[in-house]
Design a binder for this molecule. Structure first.
Ligand code: ARG
Length: 459
């Protein structure tokens, strides 16, 4: 009896081992890249006289029909194949017979998977870049419409100095612009072709690696075959850049959640991007913003995962590296979804401009300008700082703002104050006079907007 059970156990274990080892359930996502890479490889083999022209034609025809059948859902990814590479090759042999067996000449799954993954990431970076550009275009539009929309600027989440909505959104324009350049940079560095590196030590066949690199849109072949099959730096760089995108989106979401709260009422998120509560009828929750903020953890997780997977791997390929896929795919899909939804949310959001301006007025955000007024009238800044501190205390005591104080009250604290103090600390003056490059003043903001417009046209 024991033996019977034992026999059965061994069989089950084999199945478990097979499933544990297999990757088709997730790397089937790479089918297009795998087939494209194989086509380039087959063409190169024929060009170099390693296979016959006719054989190449048959292989290309077979690969093309596999691609079509996958896309038309005629061919399904069944679990009898270990990974996408075996799946494509086995199907090719089914369709073309022995000639299909020649495709893998001078190639290993190690350089094949490195190629597929690089091509996949390269394509996805392109798509994410487009989404980021659309987001920047929406931010630019909101900026252009809100050059004179005053709002409080914060430090320590305390009202600090007045800014404009254009200025606040402009900060995010810079962030997402940097994100695009980080991704472009990662793409540039990854764009060397590993195909032809073989398992780790190249091959004795006279492959033309520069040719396949060119056909597949790479800047050239990689220069060390061991590194080619063992390098996952480009995933670390891409996931790091994507983590930064998510960090930016998450900060922006956090602000929108606050601005949408009963306490702030700076914005109202459109019904389409809000959800209700199953118990509290009055509620309209900013779930989309919260989800984007929450999903940031997932993307950071992917980065931590690949960093940890790679840290102890000796050269060259090791199966650990199969773990590079699921989290990367998930992170890329997550980021794409988040950018698109976030863009829709801000494009449909309503800004309560009056509330923003009122809030800017009520928080002594013009206190620095009152101090600057004194400085312009000969008072040293440190003394001016102390005098305005007393003005603020007086206001807090009486429950008023700086512009509601009478001139007599001002002059009791410092005789330097004259009638023109009111103009000096008006919201308009506080903001519009700040015209150093990068500041919120309309004059300089208009110049910055022109630069943004040019950037969007050229990039
Ligand atoms: N499925 C593998 C991966 O994703 C492909 C490479 C397999 N290579 C090997 N020597 N077992 O990494």
């Amino acid at each position: 009896m024991a033996q019977l059970w034992g026999g059965r156990f061994t069989k089950e274990t084999d199945k478990l081992v097979y499933n544990f080892n297999a990757s088709l359930s997730f790397d089937s996502k790479l089918y297009k890249q795998d087939i494209t890479g194989s086509m380039a490889h087959a063409s190169m083999l024929a060009k170099q006289g390693i296979i016959e022209e006719q054989e190449k034609e048959e292989i290309l025809k077979g690969l093309k029909s596999i691609l079509e059948d996958i896309e038309n859902k005629k061919l399904e990814f069944t679990e009898e194949y270990e990974d996408i590479h075996s799946f494509v090759e086995a199907n090719l042999i089914d369709r073309c017979g022995d000639v299909g067996k020649k495709l893998h000449t001078g190639r290993s799954r190690n350089d094949q998977v490195a190629l597929d993954m690089k091509m996949y990431v390269r394509d996805e970076i392109g798509e994410i870049d487009l989404l980021l550009k659309e987001l920047l275009t929406s931010i630019y539009k909101i900026m252009s419409e809100n050059v004179h929309t005053y709002m409080p600027g914060f430090t320590h989440l305390q009202k600090a100095q007045p800014v404009t909505l254009a200025h606040h959104f402009g900060a995010y324009f810079e962030m997402f612009k940097r994100d695009r350049s980080r991704l472009a940079d990662a793409k540039k560095r990854l764009n060397l072709c590993p195909l032809g590196s073989g398992a780790l030590a190249g091959t004795t066949y006279p492959l033309d690696r520069a040719y396949t690199a060119e056909v597949l849109g790479f800047d050239g072949p990689t220069l060390n075959s061991m590194d080619s099959v063992a390098d996952r730096d480009y995933l670390i760089e891409t996931l790091s850049a994507l983590s930064t995108v998510m960090m930016h989106l998450s900060r922006f979401c956090e602000e929108i959640i606050m601005w949408n709260s009963n306490e702030y009422r700076f914005v109202e998120i459109d019904d389409g991007y809000s959800t209700g509560s199953s118990i509290m009828p009055q509620k309209k929750n900013p779930d989309i913003a919260e989800l984007v903020r929450g999903k940031t953890g997932r993307v950071y997780g992917a980065l931590m995962s690949i960093l940890t997977t790679m840290k102890g791997i000796p050269l060259a390929y090791n199966k650990d590296m199969q773990e590079d896929k699921e989290f990367t795919f998930d992170a890329i899909d997550t980021v794409k979804g988040c950018i698109a939804l976030f863009n829709g949310m801000i494009s449909t959001m309503v800004f309560n401009k009056d509330n923003m301006e009122k809030s800017a007025k009520n928080g002594f955000t013009n206190a620095t300008d009152a101090a600057d007024y004194l400085v312009n009238n000969g008072v040293p800044f440190r003394d001016a700082h102390g005098i305005v501190g007393r003005l603020v205390l007086h206001c807090i005591d009486k429950g008023i703002s700086l512009d509601e104080m009478s001139l007599e009250e001002y002059q009791e604290i410092s005789p330097v104050f004259k009638e023109d103090i009111y103009e000096a600390i008006s919201m308009k003056n506080c903001v519009e006079k700040r015209n150093t490059i990068g500041a919120p003043g309309a004059e300089v903001m208009t110049k910055v907007l022109a630069l943004h417009k040019k950037y969007l046209e050229e990039n």
